[in-house]
Design a protein around this ligand. Structure first.
Ligand code: 3HC
Length: 330
């Protein structure tokens, strides 16, 4: 009933009276918890919002391979190398399920890729930060995959069927990723003083970028009200950020590490931690393309796309030849 309570003013969400009959019927299905499938009628805004969110999510999985791929050749043991390799491959798989889910909405993977490459579509801000030491592989798994799961577990209940089903498998794999990151942090935190210092340094550098993954504070979130009315998002950005902090601070304490926030304090009344907001100016600069690694990340993806052109063309030519042969034989 969320949409019916919300007035259009300010939030951009239509009230029931402002909706067409089709929109009202659609909203009633959402409110009843029904899944929307690709061939069902849907408002154009719902379709566009899903393409934006699922496409951005898919791009994040693909670009997210870069900071970790950076460490595959330098992992400290064969076992760690095999685990990291498997994790990075999982991220590629997540990207592919998500592109497929978005394709059911009438956009092709090539179109989405081109929009990523020319900057019309975003990917998660977190992947514009460098991974400088092996401890960063621990921090990325623990914090970045931890934040991703916090956001994605509720998305298993999102209203669009193909997206919610993709999330079920993604979440199972992400929780393994999060544990392997925590395991690296444990090893480092219980290691030599230098290793513990590396773990602390990684936490110091990744804490605020991880908090930024949930998006701007609710007052600056452009899409939350409509996305929540359509159950494309199940929680606000601030709700998930708070849950992430509440879950992660005791884990940092268990590791014997210090969260880099002097204002971090348990608040008995709200039953959660009070904490410092990330630097939102930095966040907006990063999503505008001015983060530490934006240029490198997009250059790497552009190079991969250009280098793969002959393979795509070869596959298309082969498919065309097979199709022509089949037609001639019929
Ligand atoms: N990075 C980049 N851009 C971000 C962002 C972030 N962390 N958070 C918000 N933004 C952008 C939004 O896309 C929007 O810009 P746009 O209108 O140009 O698209 C703008 O900032 C305003 O933010 P809103 O809160 O209004 O945007 P949303 O309602 O879309 O909320 C979101 C942002 C919470 C990230 C939401 O899109 C979402 O839940 N997405 C699905 C999850 C996702 O994309 N996860 C990627 C995480 S990384 C990952 O999963 C890889 C794994 O291997 C770790």
């Amino acid at each position: 009933m969320y949409a019916q309570m919300v007035k259009s003013t300010g939030t951009g969400v239509k009230s029931t009276e402002e909706m067409s009959a089709e929109e009202r019927a659609f909203q009633a299905r959402i409110d009843a918890g029904e899944k929307i499938e690709p061939k069902d009628w849907m408002p154009e805004g719902y379709r566009k919002t899903l393409i934006r969110q699922i496409g951005q999510h898919a791009h994040s999985e693909i670009v997210g391979q870069l900071p970790e791929g950076n460490w595959i050749t330098r992992a400290p043991t064969l076992e760690r190398k095999a685990i990291l390799l498997a994790k990075v491959q999982d991220e590629a798989g997540h990207g592919l399920y998500l592109y497929c889910a978005a394709e059911t909405l009438g956009v092709s993977r090539d179109e989405m890729t081109e929009m990523l490459l020319d900057g019309r579509m975003k990917y998660s801000s977190i992947f514009n930060y460098p991974t400088l030491t092996w401890a960063d592989m621990g921090a990325v798994g623990w914090l970045v995959d931890g934040a991703a799961i916090m956001n994605q577990v509720p998305l298993q209940r999102t209203s669009f069927g193909p997206y919610s089903r993709a999330m079920i498998r993604v979440c199972k794999e992400e929780s393994f990723h999060q544990r392997q990151g925590f395991d690296i942090m444990m090893k480092m935190a219980q290691g030599t003083p230098q290793q513990k210092a590396m773990a602390q340094d990684a936490l110091n550098r990744f804490w605020y970028p991880a908090l930024m993954m949930f998006g701007p504070s609710d007052k600056d979130s452009v899409h939350s009200a409509q996305s929540m009315a359509w159950k494309i998002k199940m929680n606000t950005n601030d709700e998930l950020r708070q849950k992430f902090v509440d879950q992660t601070v005791p884990q940092a304490e268990y590791l014997g590490l210090t969260v880099p926030d002097e204002n971090l304090k348990w608040n008995e009344e709200k039953g959660g931690y009070d904490f410092s907001e990330p630097d939102w100016e930095e966040f907006f600069e990063v999503i505008k393309g001015n983060g530490p690694c934006n240029t490198d990340r997009l250059a790497a993806r552009n190079k991969a796309w250009d280098d793969g052109k002959w393979v795509r063309e070869g596959l298309m030519a082969h498919a065309e030849k097979k199709r022509a042969r089949k037609m001639a034989a019929e």
